[in-house]
Design a protein around this ligand. Sequence first.
Ligand code: FVH
Length: 292
Amino acid sequence: MTTIGFLGAGRMGAALVKTLLEADHGVHVWNRTAEKAQALAGFGAIPEPTPERAAEAAEIVIVNLLDYEASDAQLRKPAVAEALKGKLLVQLTSGSPKTARETGKWAEDHGIAYLDGAIMATPNFIGGAETVILYSGSKAHFNKHEALFKALGGKSAFVGEDFGTASALDSALLSQMWGTLFGTLQALAICRAEDIEFDTYAGFLTAAQAIIDGASQDLMERIRDGRDLGDAETLATIAAHSSAFHHLRDLVAERGLNPAFGDALGGLLETALRNGHQDDDFAVLARFMGAK
Ligand code: FVH
């Protein structure tokens, strides 16, 4: 059993606190709106009037506030920084690799061990055996408290000593999610404009999913292996993708739909064509994504 100081009792914070309590940890919780911390007393939490009181009682302090601005405003209070000295600070507020690295450096400069976390789940999945929370920073501290982290998410993992790695992976995985969600928005806008029942679309999507998944896997392998020029195994060249993408953009224009999807992505294909890649693999677009 570990005594934990917890800053935040919002939707996610409350789920995390309840799960820690269920795992028999002691939790001292502070929240800007005190009533939310008080509500957790019914689950065994100890509400605290200030963040420093929550930190003073604990060996580990976990933060789950709206953003790093809110988090920094509390952590950098002299009384809180003093209470954190010599302890482990675990940041579960969503942020960027930059804010993670800045906070990690601040922590180290103040004698505080630091883990930056990225929660890959909604509150209802906290505590689940398949739930993933990614952590980066102090490997020694992750290993020491691995059982506690696994209680919050059974498939949680340490992903590196660079403080920014967890949130970078978070953004990468969210990119994959948003690609699918924005694609769904475009697909259903077309269906609505063409009087196609959503269930009709959904039925064919099930059949198409194997093609989509195969193309996604092929793309990852080709980018990983540097096989981005056209070859005998290329599924569809840049020219083929561009032609079909034009049909999509023509339909969107004809029907007066929002062109955001086509405008945002069409430029990549046009750039590849301008650079003579019409016969190359879709993977060649990775060259124009800016990563070195
Ligand atoms: N909800 C989710 O599914 C996602 C999953 C992935 C990770 N996120 C991140 O978790 C952080 C908290 O998100 P949340 O959904 O719990 O958000 P809220 O329910 O709105 O709770 C926000 C808490 O932050 C406190 N807060 C907001 N602004 C301030 C401030 N200026 N000073 C101090 N505290 C602040 C708020 O306090 P109160 O409004 O109750 O007084 C809540 O405790 C977030 O980073 C997600 O990206 C969740």
